[in-house]
Design a protein. Structure first.
Length: 343
């Protein structure tokens, strides 16, 4: 029997059960995947030794490998994937466009332009530790620019997307120009960052990303009901008393904070914010209250496995995770375009 054939209360119970089961399976899969990633690398480690190092680091010869090399990289991959996925889910909800993502409306491009500008012009004079700050400021500037240009007695989802696409293209051209005009060392550093890499991740990177997640995630969940109401149309949402402008601005700010902070520490990981919400929606539906946690888990799995492939599939080389994400995301984007055209 399909959900459509059930009574409203039975259908709601069935959706709730499927949602909880999906979260449970994704959570278990994420824990097992993280454990697998801890065991694999240039120096494969038996699970028992990994467990011993985690429980009793003072009495293990693998403490440095597990606690300083692999674990921060795994935790950062999970947090980055979750942040990008939630940013994409929020954007798709408020824009009401399944192709919306931080890449599409220019947030990632703004962060990339600021980061490359920093590498090309300031890295020889200022500590590279300021790179995440530059990327975050670039993402915020891009979002403010998109909102200001799309503003016309409020924010229209269609105008937001169109302006974002145009600005993303312009900032992408500026980024390419900066790379071409830079010296070889700066150009290589910028290109690696643009590809998206978790190489040499440290606990300080985790600490710099975590506060932004803890700030934006609860606010996003508080506004999920408004987002779901806005999905019914502006006139319906206004009739039900939803403050459209304020809700859109706050949700857009949450998306910018999540995407900007993730890009700041991991570089230009494209398509995560596009793929994860679509995959999660197949199991839990499009209601943002259910889509956000499911998308976060799916995004975490995508980045975790992309980074794992980069670490172990081409040893002794350590390839950027962004290569594998883009290799999957680009065909997925084409598929979404084809499906939208068929409909």
């Amino acid at each position: 029997m399909t959900l459509a054939a059930l009574s409203p209360s039975d259908a709601s119970n069935a959706l709730g059960t499927r949602f909880r089961l999906t979260l449970l399976l994704l959570s278990v899969g994420l824990v097992l995947s993280a454990a697998l990633s801890l065991c694999l690398g240039s120096f494969p480690t038996p699970p028992l030794q990994v467990g011993h190092s985690l429980i009793n680091p003072a009495d293990s010869e693998l403490t440095f490998i597990i606690w300083q090399l692999r674990l921060p990289r795994i935790v950062l991959a999970i947090l980055v994937g979750a942040a990008l996925a939630m940013a994409g889910a929020i954007l798709q909800s408020i824009v009401r466009n399944p192709l919306a993502s931080p890449d599409v409306i220019g947030i990632t491009s703004g962060a990339a332009l600021a980061a490359v500008l920093f590498i090309a012009l300031l890295s020889s004079h200022v500590s590279i530790g300021w790179l995440p700050v530059a990327a975050m400021l670039g993402a915020l500037f891009a979002a403010l620019l998109v909102v200001s240009l799309a503003w016309q007695r409020g924010i229209s989802p269609a105008r937001l997307v169109l302006v974002g696409i145009g600005l993303a293209a312009a900032m992408g051209a500026g980024t390419t120009l900066l790379i071409v005009m830079s010296d070889d060392s700066a150009a290589m550093s910028a290109y690696t960052w643009l590809t998206g890499s978790l190489y040499a991740a440290q606990w300080v990177d985790v600490a710099s990303l975590l506060p932004w997640l803890l700030l934006a995630t609860p606010v996003s969940f508080l506004l999920t009901r408004h987002a779901d109401t806005m999905a019914l149309g502006d006139s319906v949402a206004q009739g039900l008393g939803v403050p459209l402008l304020r809700s859109r601005i706050v949700l857009l700010a949450c998306s910018v904070v999540l995407a900007g902070a993730a890009v700041a520490v991991a570089g230009g990981l494209s398509f995560v914010g596009l793929m994860a919400p679509h995959l999660a929606a197949r199991w839990v539906g499009r209601h943002l209250a259910r889509l956000l946690p499911a998308s976060a888990l799916v995004g975490a799995l995508i980045v975790l496995y992309a980074d794992l492939l980069g670490r172990v599939a081409f040893l002794p080389n350590d390839l950027p995770a962004g290569i594998f994400v883009a290799g999957i995301g680009a065909p997925f984007f084409v598929y979404l375009l084809y499906r939208a055209r068929q409909r």
